[in-house]
Write a protein that binds this ligand. Structure first.
Ligand SMILES: *Cc1c(COP(=O)(O)O)cnc(C)c1O
Length: 358
């Protein structure tokens, strides 16, 4: 006899990680090209000697370093085992069975999964035709059972952002007992000179029902060690600490993230390179005939609809691993220039061939 498991788990899709094929160019998981920042591997090696002991459960050194780096008090910061763990914790601290979680769709794949795992109900709100959050529809979707709303800016996988003005209006329209998450996993890749750019961290300090999420996985090139963090008012931060799996930010991860923060200048240089490559790729793909929306992430979105699966599998045959999403589109991560060149060459050829077939 097999153990009796929760029957509703059958309705939860298993997480589909980006494909990895030996020898192929992988542009499927929004990782940063270039590997760990200077000093990170050495810090990991040093920390390895200490792994016979439990980590610091409060991750005090890391929390201080994060707080300093973004100019907020330590009490407003909590680290997690990747920001995806914090997404799960946010559902845990707000939802009981049957409560509702609103998010834009398409957006980050983990939102519906962490919602269902907690026994809560996902309320996806379709993106606008411009691949942006439909904030009016999202505010209108708030009901009696709404406990949590995820905003993702820049949005994974479409790359679009929510402006400061639009977030402000949205927050004014949402009741204060509903917690609003501003997921800024790609914050560093955004336009720092845009006066209308939203800053979730500032919002989280100003408004008691806002929490910001950032991560070391993308710009800081630490996807493999799993560190993210949340910024918010202390009642929410304390609740997040309560539901965290004990010691889930391990010793090596804490040391690696501290070292990565010390190498912020190099991070910024690398991010600038990715951003300029992103603008080049967007320009070329638009010229080739793709309807690519402007992106503020380290990836671009090709809204290919029914042709999504074809593009994804033809790309794989060509040694390019990209991420297809059902019949919505394809997300391509910005890599090194030569990798982006390979993507561009493939994408041009593919459009020519599929036009010829049509
Ligand atoms: C990558 C990503 C995260 C999570 O990253 P972690 O590796 O868990 O820190 C969170 N939100 C979005 C939108 C992402 O794309």
């Amino acid at each position: 006899m097999t153990a009796q498991l929760r029957s509703d788990l059958d309705t939860i899709p298993a997480y589909v990680p980006g494909r990895s094929v030996p020898g192929a160019i992988k542009l499927a998981s929004n990782e940063s090209p270039g590997g760990p920042l200077p000093g990170v591997v050495e810090a990991i090696a040093d920390a390895a000697g200490g792994v016979g002991r439990y980590p610091d459960n409060a991750a005090a050194g890391l929390t201080r370093a994060i707080a300093d780096s973004i100019g907020v008090p330590e009490a407003n910061v909590v680290a997690g085992c990747g920001s995806v763990a914090l997404c799960q914790q946010l559902v845990q601290i707000t939802c009981s069975a049957g409560d509702e979680v609103i998010f834009s769709w398409r957006s980050f794949e983990a939102y519906p999964v962490v919602t269902r795992v907690a026994g809560a109900i996902p309320v996806p709100v379709p993106n606008t035709a411009a691949h942006e959050h439909d904030l009016t529809a999202m505010a209108a979707a708030v009901g009696e059972r709404t406990r949590l709303i995820f905003l993702c800016t820049p949005n994974n996988p479409t790359g679009t952002v929510i402006s400061a003005a639009d977030i402000g209006t949205f927050l004014d329209n949402v009741p204060e007992h509903v917690l609003v998450v501003v997921d800024e996993a790609y914050f560093e890749f955004g336009d720092h000179d845009d006066p209308n750019r939203a800053d979730g961290v500032r919002l989280a300090l100003e408004r008691p029902n806002v929490i910001a999420l950032r991560t070391f996985s993308k710009a800081y090139a630490l996807a493999g060690v799993r560190v993210g963090f949340a910024v918010g008012r202390s009642p929410v931060i304390l609740a997040l600490r309560k539901v965290s799996i004990p010691f889930s930010v391990n010793t090596v991860a804490q040391a690696a993230a501290i070292a990565a923060l010390e190498a912020r200048d190099v991070m910024s240089e690398r991010v600038a390179t990715v951003v300029s490559e992103r603008e080049r790729v967007v320009g070329v793909l638009r010229d080739a005939g793709y309807a690519v929306p402007s992106s503020q992430g380290n990836f671009v979105w090709l809204p290919l609809g029914e042709r999504t699966a074809q593009f994804t599998s033809d790309a794989a045959d060509d040694g390019l691993i990209v991420r297809g999403y059902g019949t919505d589109g394809v997300r391509v991560t910005i890599g090194h220039a030569h990798e982006n060149d390979a993507l561009i060459a493939f994408a041009r050829r593919w459009l020519g061939e599929s036009a010829a077939e049509a």
